[in-house]
Design a protein around this ligand. Sequence first.
Ligand code: HEM
Ligand code: HEM
Length: 147
Amino acid sequence: MDLPSFIWLWRMAAWSMGFALSAYFLLGISGGWLLSRRLLKDRQPPWVRSLHIVTGITLVTLVLLLLSIGIVGTLGEYGSLGHSPHLIAGITVVLLVALSAWSGSRIHPTRPWARPLHWSVNGTLGLGFAIVTLTGWQVVQKYLPVS
Ligand code: HEM
Ligand code: HEM
């Protein structure tokens, strides 16, 4: 690959991944806050829920961006997709994030299944992020000069 002409693309990917992981941790913290206040029947400052939702929308945007960068970069290099397990890992993470956002938006007293679904999807998503980072790191090795 003509690495220098593509380097800005991978640099953008690295930053997006950094922000996506930060968003995931922030969602864990703000979600945990929502959960603990609810269990303690304490008053909920309204901005925590807003922060959780805005961070959630940011995460959705970032993984869609990462998906497009991955697809565009791989097509630019090979003209085709599916060169490593990273493709499956990437698509799985995007689907899990979508499922997480959807299940979060379903949380309501009349839908008791939504909360446990939101929790378990988010737990699985943590594993998904770990796998996508590992498999992504493996494909990065192909492009690094052998020293
Ligand atoms: C992907 C985007 C996400 C969206 C749009 C989203 C949205 C929501 C919404 C609307 C609620 C309900 C708030 C309420 O009215 O009580 C909620 C609750 C919660 N979310 Fe998320 N969320 C997202 C991701 C995450 C992630 C990644 C985590 C954890 C790592 C998480 C953990 C939680 C927890 C623990 C709760 C509290 C549930 C409870 O009260 O038992 N969320 N989320
Ligand atoms: C949520 C995060 C991510 C998503 C959704 C994602 C998605 C994708 C997709 C769909 C491809 C095309 C793969 C193929 O067709 O074989 C790809 C390629 C690639 N991704 Fe990711 N990716 C993510 C994170 C990462 C990370 C963290 C790294 C680096 C550590 C990385 C490095 C790469 C590289 C180097 C390629 C080129 C593949 C190759 O040459 O075989 N990605 N990505």
